[in-house]
Design a protein around this ligand. Structure first.
Ligand SMILES: NC(=O)c1ccc[n+]([C@@H]2O[C@H](COP(=O)([O-])OP(=O)(O)OC[C@H]3O[C@@H](n4cnc5c(N)ncnc54)[C@H](O)[C@@H]3O)[C@@H](O)[C@H]2O)c1
Length: 278
């Protein structure tokens, strides 16, 4: 249905979490996978699971924050595959801190992986897509944080994702002539190691409050699971999404639709809730 059989998909940050899930879902559809990450053991596991779907997997240790490593990886990808059809820019790092004290080294590190690294991978893929005249689909994994403020020390992470949003639009219009579509997905909190890391630094009481606060902001009333991103990625990657480019697509249970002063009613059978309308 999605006509992805035989396509080549490059996924950054594919050793775990959302990146790994998407690599496996694309492999299930018959895509050959290039998995990039810095976690050697986890990446090997991803490669083994991808290959169990009878597709090729090129797994490369690559720090996308390092331009020489990105270049070297894409030289190897270009030697291995005749074309690249899909890129998922998913790898990221996070450094938390208040705006007034945020260290400039941490600032540079976050921007160099999240924004510059995604830019370099998109650039390398587009060069191949343009020279082979194949077109392609670039999917940037952004965040709700790129569009509205989260507080809680997220300033530089949010800035890195806001830059990815604008990069998405600029690339979409620059590369439309080459039939390269560029879109971004804006997830809310997904239950992966990244959220576990965020919650693990809080004490028990803070953890409960933070989870409640997050859930209050998601009208659908739950955090996301990696499975919630399969459909949108298959759509954007495939010819089914052939008219979609330059789009920033929230897949966030309604989070970005909700005004901070708004009030989602999750349980409508609760008598107390109905009083709100009087
Ligand atoms: N989990 C969430 O709540 C959430 C919410 C919104 C957006 N996102 C976005 O989803 C994407 C995936 O997040 P996740 O939750 O799966 O995170 P994760 O931490 O589980 O996985 C991220 C992967 O990126 C890899 N990585 C980190 N630095 C790298 C580098 N320099 N070069 C190559 N690989 C590197 C890590 O090793 C890891 O395998 C990210 O872009 C993140 O911003 C996540």
């Amino acid at each position: 249905m999605f006509e992805l059989n035989g396509k080549v998909a490059v996924i950054t940050g594919a050793a775990q979490g959302l990146g790994k899930h998407l690599a496996l879902q694309l492999a299930k559809q018959g895509c050959h996978i290039v998995a990039l990450d810095i976690l050697e053991d986890e990446l090997k596991t991803t490669a083994g699971e991808v290959q169990s779907h009878n597709v090729d997997c090129l797994a490369l240790i690559c720090d996308i924050g390092n331009e020489a490593e990105v270049q070297k990886s894409f030289e190897e990808i270009n030697r291995t595959f005749e074309h690249i059809d899909i890129l998922i820019n998913n790898a990221f790092i996070h450094r938390r801190g208040a705006p007034e004290t945020f260290a400039s080294e941490d600032f540079d590190e976050v921007l160099s992986v999240n924004t510059r690294g995604s830019f370099l991978c998109a650039q390398a893929c587009a060069k191949k897509m343009i020279s082979e005249k194949t077109g392609g689909s670039i999917i940037n994994i952004s965040s709700i944080a790129g569009q509205s403020a989260l507080g809680r020390g997220n300033i530089v992470y949010s800035m890195s994702k806001a830059a990815i949003n604008q990069m998405t639009k600029e690339m979409a219009i620059e590369w439309a002539a080459y039939k390269i579509r560029v879109n971004a997905i804006l997830p809310c909190q997904i239950m992966t190691a990244a959220v576990e890391r965020m919650l693990s630094v809080l004490d028990a009481e803070e953890k409960v409050k933070t989870v409640e606060r997050i859930l209050d902001g998601i009208p659908l009333g739950r955090m996301a699971e990696v499975e919630d991103y399969t459909g949108i990625v298959l759509l954007l990657a495939s010819p089914m999404g052939s008219m979609i480019t330059g789009a920033l697509i929230p897949v966030d249970g309604g989070n970005l639709a909700l005004n901070a002063g708004g009030d989602p009613i999750i349980k409508t059978d609760n008598a107390a809730e109905s009083r709100r309308y009087k």
